[in-house]
Design a binder for this molecule. Sequence first.
Ligand code: GUE
Length: 292
Amino acid sequence: MADIIDGKAFAASLRASIAAEVAALSFQPGLAVVLVGDDPASKVYVANKARQTVEVGMRSFEHRLPAETTQATLLALVQSLNADAAVHGILVQLPLPRHLDADAIIAAISPAKDVDGLTVTNAGLLANGLPGLVPCTPLGCILLLHDRLGGMTGLNAVVIGRSNLVGKPIAQLLLQQNCTVTIAHSKTRDLPTLCRGADILIAAVGRPEMIKGDWIKPGATVIDVGINRVPAAAPGKTKLVGDVAFAEAAGVAGIITPVPGGVGPMTIACLLRNTLTAAKRIESRATLVSEV
Ligand SMILES: Nc1nc(=O)c2c([nH]1)NC[C@@H]1CN(c3ccc(C(=O)N[C@@H](CCC(=O)O)C(=O)O)cc3)C=[N+]21
């Protein structure tokens, strides 16, 4: 039976260290979260973020806009948050309603406040191994891996999923750790065989329980990024499952993350960490300018 990583406990200790650092600052970091539309799952997630932001001593600015918000209105909001000195981090909850151009909205976010690490600037800095803001879920996965494995040099890592938010940045971080990285996706041939070669398997596809126990190399480390809401046994009820068939996989893997309680809580903790990082960088620049 695999060792199950307690992402909830790890995230709580990360938040405690963030709170201690915030308490020692001479200013209060602020995080703005923008939610367009009223997707119920997103609402819960945004509410959790706001609560944890306040718990670590930061200011939380929530902007809930109706589903029919125009591109111009949303752009104007992003620009006002860019200009707001109390805001150090900006997160626009994705996906946006279909009539909005998400790429243009992301491009409008100041890279210094881009705590999702989604702007071309931050993606490019990551690809070149330079300091920027790293997407929260990939950062959370690497912190968990680092805690469990220490060094990862020479390990075969397979990342299933190629999104800009998760798959691509995780692959960059694993490469920085000297893993041999393969990025798989829906067009990959013979995915089970490819997965069986992975010492580290990262599942970020968004398909409930797609990765089966016999796809996993005995003793491998399995990180399940998927958060899929599916019908539960009781009528009318739902439950969360990952991209990995957990019960099967836990019988084969050496180390595995559960869903819920694995990567999800780390994502929010890393969002707070990125906000702290952004705030310290922005404020130190402001101090330099005012000293001139
Ligand atoms: N711009 C943007 N950045 C994001 O990072 C982003 C986004 N948009 N849109 C939606 C997804 C989803 N996401 C989650 C983060 C944490 C949990 C989380 O804390 N999950 C808990 C359980 C939550 C529950 O019980 O519902 C867990 O896995 O244990 C879930 C989902 C971030 N996302």
